[in-house]
Design a protein around this ligand. Sequence first.
Ligand code: AMP
Ligand code: MG
Length: 310
Amino acid sequence: MKNIHSNIERAKKYLTNNDIVAIPTETVYGLAGNAYSNKAVKKIFSLKKRPLKNPLIVHYYRIKDLKQDCIVNETFNKLYRKFCPGPLTFVLNKKKNSKLSKYVNANKKTIAVRFPKNKITQNLLSKLNFPLAAPSANISTRLSPVKFDDVKEEFGNKIKLILDGGKTKIGLESTIVDLTNKISILRPGGITIEQLEKVLHRKLKLKNFLKNIKSPGQLGFHYSPGIPVRLNAKYPKKNEAFLQFLSKTKNKNNYFALTKNGNMREAAKNLFSILRLIKKKGYSSIAVSKIPNKGLGLAINDRLKKASYK
Ligand code: AMP
Ligand code: MG
């Protein structure tokens, strides 16, 4: 993390020039660009090979800046006070006079926003006079990056700078909560549904996106390690890696555990790096044993389900 201050200055220069920089966040690394610039936002979509109709999350440092671009409400205030900065993304109504690029939210009336917790990225954001559009720093459908080298693997020299913030603390994407209609969870993530329910004093529903997809495999397939993933397996087949939540079997080269002691936070943090490691070791596919579906387990299962989509 040497020279981080001069690198933050370089990042500022590139971003102000509508170039793209990879940034660390507490969830995963992001591919960041000026959210007010069509040019910068279009570059993000093209680098990621992401369909233009899949909107991006916009990252802010100050609530005052966010209020320039979207309309907040009482539920937002409650959740903001409790969880921000942190791994929670809000879908809000966009203000008509907002300066946000129309590409950033795929020309919708709503916009997804969040306040990242990583100190380097907060420092960078505090020096900019625009927010950052930043989807995960991976080619579309692939695994999200949780460290500098992962981003390098995805984009090589195609981007000018990757700010190194070490390994991400949470290792999974943010929870997305839609506050524009009846409140609903669009994606499970770093803040659990139980945490949200406790603050809001009500039960929340996780929207089942896969039900509404018109062409299966298009939006469903995501977080892929590049080899087939098979869920709810009891045993691995020949040449398969076996991914377990907690491993009781020692000395088996093809067995991988998400956690050593059953800690769900540790499991979430390890998920993407273990999947990346298994692929690198040359296994032809991954069998996954049942993962507890509580707390962060919901987000882990969501990612694995999408990675297993055919
Ligand atoms: P990522 O690419 O990992 O940053 O994921 C961003 C997620 O936020 C995607 O699943 C988007 O579809 C979702 N998203 C972004 N903007 C909106 C929006 N306005 N309404 C609903 N979902 C959104
Ligand atoms: Mg992503």
